[in-house]
Design a protein around this ligand. Structure first.
Ligand code: ZN
Length: 236
């Protein structure tokens, strides 16, 4: 191999890195974000991942899984601690949960009240994170089965509104991408299976437990999706 070959190879590899689209994926540690992160890597993007650790170990299992996938994919991963939320709930009967879509999506979870603005807070932090790294695309893996009622239109209205302030000043625009919004849970799992995503390291439950409750909307969605893809044989 000649020095010229090495030089050309060096330049081409450097160019490939430069030409890669830099993206941010919101990596919750559930099925959908693990599939989304894997797809973004497979498509050759320069992928960053952001996870949020909620107070009281509310999503400890998910965070462990998010770390697992980020390591497996060799992507840059930051876990931001949201423990300060506890300070906001002093004096409040805060039997609250952190849900996909939050108040925008009219989420209801096992009698708990969705933590107001928790998703919005996550998105603002994501915008901050993205702007500091000149990332123009943030991937949120909400899908068709996450949508309650006519929330889809509201979610798009909300995201477009949120992107507005982020472009103020000297900053470039940054857009939220919802690649799975037209896909069912089952279809997202199918994509994941084609990409060899390890679903043993995903957690879907809305309860704060490390063990899935089996009855919340997210648990039921997950079980139904896997069951329809891989029906269990009935005994006898
Ligand atoms: Zn559950």
């Amino acid at each position: 191999m000649t020095p010229m070959f090495f030089l050309r190879s060096f330049i081409m590899n450097g160019l490939a890195v430069v030409l890669k689209k830099r993206v941010l994926v919101l990596l919750s540690g559930g099925i959908d974000s693990a599939v989304c992160a894997t797809k973004l890597c497979t498509d050759g993007n320069d992928v960053y991942a952001l996870s949020i650790r909620y107070p009281n170990s509310a999503n400890a299992e998910e965070i462990d899984n998010a770390i697992f996938h980020a390591k497996r994919l060799h992507i840059k991963h930051v876990v931001v601690d949201f423990n300060f939320i506890e300070q906001l709930t002093v004096g409040v009967d805060a039997n609250m949960s952190f849900n996909v879509g939050g108040a925008i999506n009219n989420c209801i979870s096992r009698g708990k009240v969705p933590m107001p603005m928790s998703v919005e807070l996550l998105h603002v932090v994501a915008l901050m994170f993205a702007r500091m790294r000149e990332i123009r695309h943030i991937y949120w893996s909400i899908h068709k089965d996450d949508i309650v009622g006519d929330s889809e239109k509201k979610i798009f209205e909300y995201l477009r509104a949120l992107e507005g302030p982020a472009t103020l000043g000297r900053y470039s625009s940054c857009k939220f991408e919802l690649p799975f919004i037209g896909f069912s849970k089952k279809e997202v799992i199918e994509i994941g299976e084609s990409l060899d995503v390890n679903f043993d390291h995903t957690h879907s439950c809305s309860s704060s437990s490390r063990v899935a409750c089996g009855v919340c909307r997210q648990c039921v969605l997950r079980a139904d999706a896997f069951e329809s893809l891989h029906p269990k044989k009935l005994a006898g």
